[in-house]
Ligand binder design. Sequence first.
Ligand code: PAF
Length: 287
Amino acid sequence: MKVVTTIDEVRAVRRRQGTATLGFVPTMGYLHEGHLDLVRRARAENDYVAVSIYVNPKQFGPTEDLSRYPRDLERDLSLLRAEGVALVFAPSDAEMYPPGYQTRVLVTGVTQPLEGAKRPTHFEGVTTVVAKLFNIVRPNRAYFGQKDAQQTVVVRQMARDLNLDLDIVVCPTTREPDGLAMSSRNKYLTAEQRPAATVLYRALRAAEALWRGGTRDGAVLRDAMRRVLDAEPLARVDYVSAADPLTLEEWEGDARAGAGALLSLAVFMGPTRLIDNVLLNDRPADE
Ligand code: PAF
């Protein structure tokens, strides 16, 4: 496995790979089983796999957790080595945003609701760094987790709008045995908060059960999630949403027939903000 920190080194490796296919997993490090599932899928579908490890300052708001975001490069590298990754790109801030850097990549519509409403500069930071990483790594396919549902919609929109020549592959959320979605931020949870954090998935499952029983009213689905969350004293709701999975517009009445639904939520457990979602199709009950 080659570990490089400069764009020139990535390009040199990529040149040597010739016409072989490359799957790319962009990460901010502190890897968990969810990241490794993306790597495994990328390995199964491509000749080589590249992973980036970069905590991108541009996607953190001024009051967010950039300085304390967990990092453990040596552990990350040994996990990636064991997965047969060919290339790791771990650049510095100066390599990604050198003095004089001036460009931002901004997707408009689908960045506005949900996470975008709560974290106004977040997606511009994500699309800026992801566009740069795509240009540097030049993958055939890039792999993202469904856990960051809106990010997948935003990145797909950017790839479509900018005619990027790659496939965006979205992989299912990897969960702990008790249902908590894997996230590097789970590390922040205290021993008391950790079991309570299962409330996110329990709330989603409660609304999912209603959906499977035929409920299509967005307000009813949101109420069902909120009721479960409100019963957990350690949880503070940031938002709950039942939205169109493509436009991310909130269902104010019944979901459009055949559209499916994205149920999503953001919840504070103490200072730690967790997100989760389930994507529902519109097949009849019990499927
Ligand atoms: O999902 C993440 O970890 C980040 O948003 C990404 C895609 C690596 C960009 O920094």
